[in-house]
Design a protein around this ligand. Structure first.
Ligand code: ATP
Ligand code: ATP
Ligand code: MG
Ligand code: MG
Lengths: 226, 226
């Protein structure tokens, strides 16, 4: 589970300051698949980064489970993310010098945890990267890079996965296979998923949609249908 | 106008070689808006890069207007792109040290051409970046960066625009405004646009859709409707 309490994030100061998050209070219950939608620039990526402790709030609090992320130091946040969080970045953030497979296994290596090889094989199969595993990011298509990022986030079977527009560069068949897998991970393994998306069809895989505009939560829809 | 004749592109060699384009012959008539669709990894970005002379073919030819791109040297290709081509990259390729506005004006500066200030103001208005112009890419949201890339490609009013998934990170309203503007540029100014997209709704703005799979053209649809 994860939640934000009166979370505010202001970039810059004075005349050019941007209120990216404006006193956002929202919770993402354990074992639920929540989608976050809203216009470009409305604060979705900022919210996700702050929830995962990748960015600091100007004021307010963020929790993962019972741990107050905003009260941890850098070391504490790094350890928390390593042990409990998977993150799919909007711009992937793959390591250019590692192969696709090395990128996917990286969270396990960093946490010095053994891979659940069966789980890993399943993820790699779902994202359909079989024959591209030995290639580096520059030798992969945009959608293949996005799939590496998705597989990496799921590799260590984290308690919570934050996904920033995970299907934006995928054709609808690939995208739905990955979303279906995420839905299964939530229903069968109790994983918590918080996914930012612009696509209403992707959002329909979630249990609930939260709508953001100008850094504020403006609406919520339970069990959306398309 | 642009066309490819028996265009083949093979990455690597031997056992690990990838036939990204397999004898592709296709033309993109002047003053038309053509969409290219196909599964992730099917060769769409490769085709676009080869059409613009950003990447070399293994065999076959590519033309922009009557000029055979594949027969030019690096200097010739650079000059051709500078004077006639706009390109929206799947990963944007913005200059991190320049502001949004400087990035948008870059093609004009490189071509030492005066901006059509009215056209530029119109583009900036359509892509909705008004208050973010003085910010650098790292201070922009994913969708805002994509919009800077789109504005930059249109800034010099090029004869032909190659757009690689230009609306993937945009909400549907923003996306449709940009697509509507592109459609107007084609109808009113005779611009040629070749757009890769995964989204059927985006494809419906085009005059014709070309379908790619495993590096080959497999189908074509005139005036698609959704
Ligand atoms: N430098 C490279 N070396 C080896 N293989 C490459 C290289 N660049 C691309 N490829 C491969 O060529 C194939 C086509 O890539 P391309 O980027 O054209 O696909 P695409 O249709 O644009 O996919 P997407 O929809 O995911 O963006 C892919 O299988 C990709 O892995
Ligand atoms: N480092 C920064 N400095 C200044 N402003 C920033 C910075 N990072 C983000 N912003 C601004 O904060 C606002 C919210 O950005 P954010 O990335 O959260 O939007 P988003 O909802 O994810 O948009 P998109 O759908 O385009 O990805 C935007 O207006 C953006 O320009
Ligand atoms: Mg974002
Ligand atoms: Mg591509």
């Amino acid at each position: 589970a994860s939640r934000a309490v009166a979370a505010t994030k202001i970039y810059g100061s004075g005349e050019t300051s941007v209120r990216a998050l404006d006193s956002v209070t929202v919770s993402f219950p354990s074992g639920e698949f929540t989608a976050i939608m809203g216009p470009s620039g409305s604060g979705k990526s900022t919210l996700l980064h702050c929830l995962a402790g990748l960015d600091d709030l100007t004021s307010g609090q963020v929790f993962i489970g019972d741990v107050e992320v905003t009260a941890l130091d850098e070391k504490g946040k790094t350890r928390l993310r390593r042990d409990q969080v998977g993150f799919i970045f909007q711009s992937y953030n793959l390591v250019p010098t590692l192969t696709a497979e090395e990128n996917i296994r990286l969270p396990l290596d960093l946490a010095r945890r053994d891979a659940d090889e069966e789980w890993l094989a399943k993820i790699i199969d779902i994202v359909g990267l079989g024959d591209r595993l030995t290639h580096r990011p520059t030798e992969l298509s945009g959608g293949q890079q996005q799939r590496v990022a998705a597989a990496r986030a799921m590799a260590s079977k984290p308690d919570i996965v934050f996904a920033d527009e995970p299907t934006g560069n995928l054709d609808s068949r690939r995208g739905s296979e990955i979303l279906e897998f995420m839905r299964t991970a939530v229903k069968d393994f109790g994983q918590t998923i918080v996914m930012v998306t612009h696509d209403p069809i992707s959002a329909s895989y979630s249990d609930r949609v939260v709508l953001l505009a100008d850094g504020q939560i403006v609406d919520e829809v339970r069990q959306p249908t398309v």
